[in-house]
Design a protein around this ligand. Structure first.
Ligand SMILES: CC(C)(COP(=O)(O)OP(=O)(O)OC[C@H]1O[C@@H](n2cnc3c(N)ncnc32)[C@H](O)[C@@H]1OP(=O)(O)O)[C@@H](O)C(=O)NCCC(=O)NCCS
Length: 166
């Protein structure tokens, strides 16, 4: 078995593999996937995990703004999916960490996620409420989490986090 590589999504060539993975794990695909297909956008961050020439997983981030004064822009983890037969091999963690690292390097102060509370805390996500952040949607409080990349930029920042319409 070859090495796992995490790399940016190739907009054209990887679409079919991502669609296939999402259909497998999300019961028919996600809105984010449809956006990806229709509108290439430099603000979106989309990474794939590849091994032996096969795309095994995908993570997608899109812009989010906290309605503080002044507003603070960051990103939201929009979907994370790993092929069923490749789950529990650390691929989801590798994709998430690579995304966090890339976003941190470009000065993004935070990343939110609405997701499985049993999964994301092991990657360093904390309850949004602990940081005075709320989700734009009514979700169980423990499902709304944040990874603070730049604590100085986030000091005193509270409010509702909203995904950009894309
Ligand atoms: C969630 C998902 C992305 C994790 O990717 P992965 O590569 O399997 O995860 P990792 O190998 O990095 O981590 C595995 C650990 O996470 C746990 N885990 C995986 N999915 C989980 C879930 N949905 N709930 C709770 N724990 C989960 C596993 O139990 C495992 O822990 P263990 O080895 O200590 O038992 C993947 O299982 C998946 O695609 N699931 C379906 C789609 C989905 O639910 N996406 C997340 C939406 S928020």
């Amino acid at each position: 078995m070859g090495e796992l590589t995490i790399r940016p999504q190739n907009r054209g060539a990887d679409i079919a593999a991502i669609a296939d993975i999402n259909a497998q794990v999300f019961d028919g695909g996600t809105p984010a996937f449809h956006r990806l297909r229709q509108s290439p956008d430099p603000d979106l961050v989309s990474l794939v995990a590849e091994r032996d020439g096969e795309v095994l997983g995908h993570v997608f981030f899109s812009p989010v703004t906290i309605d503080s004064t002044p507003p603070v822009a960051g990103m939201g983890l929009g979907e994370l999916a790993v092929r069923q037969h490749c789950q529990r091999q650390g691929i989801g963690a590798a994709l998430t960490r690579a995304g966090l690292e890339a976003l941190g390097a470009r000065g993004c102060p935070f990343v939110i996620v609405v997701g499985v509370p049993a999964y994301y805390p092991r990657l360093g996500f904390e309850p949004g409420a602990k940081h005075g952040l709320r989700c734009q949607w009514q979700v169980p409080p423990e499902s709304f989490m944040v990874y603070v990349l730049d604590p100085a930029a986030m000091a005193g920042v509270t409010g509702v986090a909203r995904y950009r319409d894309v």
